[in-house]
Design a protein around this ligand. Structure first.
Ligand code: BES
Ligand code: MN
Ligand code: ZN
Length: 518
């Protein structure tokens, strides 16, 4: 897809001659009114009295032909745009903060959906003035919502060259009364977040034969070049030399070589180090503990943690915060070839801990363990966050609406919860504790790789906990949200890109000197 131009403009809506002109309409229940900043639209709404199909409820919209609807009898049309879209915001006066941000994102998503419906390539959105939200944030969340909603993955749809598939938006104008620096910055922030999440979706949409560990490496190298990051790629020999028995074990049954991809963003002024680790399992067949055939194709998404982490690094490269950020993506597929890992095998991780393999389908923790132990030892980060499509159990517990978060540090978890709320990627904390850790005890090794039938998400995290030492750490289990995430206007079917915006929000709110209390 082409890069969509995003423009903040003071130009009047009446002069916009593109495809789709958008106004927002608020409900004012007390006065039984529909409120719109544009006087023409406002008076038109008043003239209509009540509209059966549009009461400006949140997520409601009305698509109009301005040439036909909004004009005086026999007079010229008020608007030059080909189509007019009214998007309902519902009642907003009593709402604040995160909720209003989400309203704007969702309204932005509707703009993208309706633009696709009428094949609009140039749209202008007149940003609403919302009591409880600065216009900067309105600009941010609208651009985020429109760009996230305007996502499609067409790479493999080339069957009919004559077919004129809609390719998405070419230009988005955000109409404001005064185009301040703050509003420009807001729009830009929304754009950075959305494009990073879309990049993660692109990786995830690639099939197992289109996105291998080497593709992760190549993508990271590209990012490194573009944003002057340091990229290191460990190959199989490096892993052998370093004793990364977890990722090597998972890779045994595959003909596709593994990679451990490391990206280091190191600004001049940085007092703290954040390490992010993402599971980059490019296809999870389960290995010898083979998964059942139904739905197995979805296991190409088992690299969504890695995709989120690299999407996030793209945003870091754009924003360049005063915080050193290091990303590690351990990557392999999990196959059942003749040399594959077997139940009962015992492996040795990077930090020397041994693990009895009970189920080869519990492979994510094996590759993450090496990456975490290596990253913590090598970079001595102040904080570690890992993201992984780790357990089916998290879907049983939280469904597709919240990411599970577990960690050894209340403040880090608290910050992540807040960042998730603000970016509408909500998280829910689950506990850790010695009772759960005990479920992973093995008769023959330091631990085993599954903790039994119960508390699967927690025992998986308890496994990882052994590899971060005392470092403040949080683990995000995105198995339920990386795809099939809560359906909304700006989250299309397929991979959501979840985690990218949460991490970005975490960094955006990072207070440089603030030290997380243990
Ligand atoms: N990648 C899966 C987890 C998963 C399952 C993600 C469904 C998304 C949807 C992971 O590698 C896995 O297979 N986990 C097992 C662990 C079990 C064997 C202890 C699971 O959750 O069943
Ligand atoms: Mn698995
Ligand atoms: Zn997996």
């Amino acid at each position: 897809m082409e890069v969509t131009k995003l423009i903040v403009t003071e130009k009047k809506a009446e002069q916009f001659s593109g495809d789709l002109l958008v106004f927002c309409v608020e409900q004012d229940k007390k006065n039984k009114l529909l409120k719109c900043d544009n006087p023409m639209v406002r008076s038109w709404l008043e003239q209509q009295g009540s509209l059966a199909e549009f009461s400006a409820k949140e997520d409601e919209y009305l698509l109009l032909y301005p040439q036909a609807a909004l004009k005086e009898a026999d007079g010229p049309a008020f608007f030059l745009a080909r189509r007019l879209l009214l998007v309902g915001l519902g009642e907003v006066d009593d709402k604040k903060g995160d909720e209003l941000r989400e309203r704007c994102r969702q309204a932005g998503g509707i703009v993208a959906q309706q633009a696709a419906k009428v094949k609009a390539v140039k749209v202008m959105v007149c940003l609403p003035e919302i009591l409880g939200l600065r216009t900067k944030a309105v600009a941010e969340c609208f651009s985020e919502g429109v760009l996230l909603g305007d996502y499609r993955f067409l790479k493999y749809k080339k069957s009919d060259p004559k077919d004129e598939t809609y390719q998405g938006l070419v230009e988005i104008r955000l109409g404001v009364s005064s185009a301040t620096d703050a509003i420009h910055k807001g729009a830009r922030q929304g754009q950075i977040a959305a494009l990073a999440a879309r990049q993660a979706r692109d990786m995830a949409n690639e099939p197992g034969n289109g996105w291998t560990p080497s593709h992760f490496a190549a993508h990271a190298r590209m990012l490194a070049k573009k944003y002057s990051l340091k990229c290191t790629v460990l190959d199989k020999d490096d892993m052998k030399r370093l004793g990364m028995g977890g990722i090597l074990a998972v890779n045994q049954g595959s003909t596709e070589p593994p990679r451990m991809v490391i990206l280091d963003y190191r600004p001049i002024h940085a007092s703290q180090i954040l390490l992010v680790v993402g599971k980059g399992l490019t296809f999870d067949s389960g290995g010898i503990s083979l998964k059942s055939a139904i739905g197995m194709e979805e296991m190409k998404y088992d690299m969504c943690g890695g995709a989120a982490v690299l999407g996030f690094m793209q945003a870091i490269g754009e924003e360049r915060p005063d915080l050193r950020v290091i990303a590690i993506v351990p990557s392999t597929d999990n196959m059942a070839g003749g040399a594959a890992l077997k139940p009962g095998d015992i492996i040795t991780h990077y930090n020397g801990l041994t693990s009895e393999i009970v189920n080869t389908d519990a492979e994510g923790r094996l590759i993450l363990a090496d990456a975490l132990a290596y990253g913590v030892e090598k970079f001595k980060p102040d904080y570690v966050v890992d993201l992984a499509t780790l357990t089916g159990a998290v879907i049983v517990g939280l469904g597709h609406h919240r990411t599970g978060v577990l960690g050894n540090n209340d403040e880090l978890v608290g910050r992540l919860l807040a960042a998730g709320e603000r970016s509408a990627e909500p998280l829910w904390r689950l506990p850790l504790g010695k009772e759960y850790t005990r479920q992973n005890e093995s008769q023959v090794a330091d631990m085993k790789n599954t903790g039994g039938k119960t508390a699967g998400t927690i025992t998986a995290a308890a496994y990882l906990e052994k590899f971060v030492g005392e470092t403040p750490w949080a683990h995000l289990d995105i198995a339920g949200t990386a795809w099939e995430f809560t359906e909304k206007s700006y989250i299309p079917k397929g991979p959501s890109g979840t985690g990218v915006r949460t991490l970005l929000e975490l960094v955006r709110r990072w207070k440089k000197e603030e030290k997380v209390e243990a």
